[in-house]
Design a protein around this ligand. Structure first.
Ligand SMILES: [Fe+2]
Ligand SMILES: [Fe+2]
Length: 195
């Protein structure tokens, strides 16, 4: 990773996609042709499947918090689901980011220096997401520790819904941009350690 900080306009909260200079590979390897490419590996499929799992966990958390807010799910039931699926999302995302930072990005940066800057952006995203996940965990813990009457419980659930609503577009931005850098690099160079 380079030591130069990324521009504020390319931060996770500000950008609405990768800059054009980093989009040459996704133009050469558009998403709708990935699975047909001869270099589409088991590892790519597995890695994309992890991203799908994160999106589904977020959908699940959203469905559950809506049920709690609507009074269709009792406090204990909602807490059990939030503890299970929220814990899974946060823990799995942390582990996923660690593997990407330690194993994926350093190799990919060397494979194609023309898009190396993109991996600095994604690395910076992981740092932003660390803070966001920590806020998400704190808000979830406030729900889990709440022991009072229903109106107060609804307030904690509403705070959770707000966190999830702010988190979703940021996570999605990161996942989409990451997929559009990582998969084309793997399809183009087919590195043996990532098959
Ligand atoms: Fe990532
Ligand atoms: Fe990822």
């Amino acid at each position: 990773m380079s030591d130069t900080p990324i521009q504020a306009t390319l931060s996770l909260t500000e950008r609405d996609g990768l800059p054009d200079a980093l989009r040459s590979l996704i133009k050469a390897y558009p998403r709708n042709g990935w699975e047909q490419n001869a270099n589409y590996s088991q590892l790519i499929a597995f890695w994309l499947d992890r991203h799908l799992m994160f999106r589904r966990l977020l959908d699940q958390l959203d469905t559950d918090v809506k049920a709690a807010l609507d009074g269709n799910e009792a406090q204990d039931g909602y807490k059990r689901k939030l503890s299970r699926f929220g814990g899974m999302l946060i823990n799995q995302l942390h582990g996923h980011h660690q593997i990407e930072d330690a194993q994926y990005f350093p190799v990919m940066t060397r494979l194609d220096t023309s898009v190396a800057r993109g991996f600095d952006i994604l690395d910076a995203d992981h740092h932003s997401l660390d803070g966001i996940l920590s806020d998400l965990a704190n808000t979830a813990n406030a729900v889990l520790q709440y022991q009072g009457k229903q109106p107060g419980f609804v307030d904690t659930a509403a705070a959770m819904k707000g966190r999830l609503d702010r988190f979703r577009p940021l996570l999605n931005r990161h996942l989409v941009d990451e997929e559009e850098l990582v998969v084309p690099v793997l399809l183009k160079y087919d590195p043996p350690q990532f098959r």
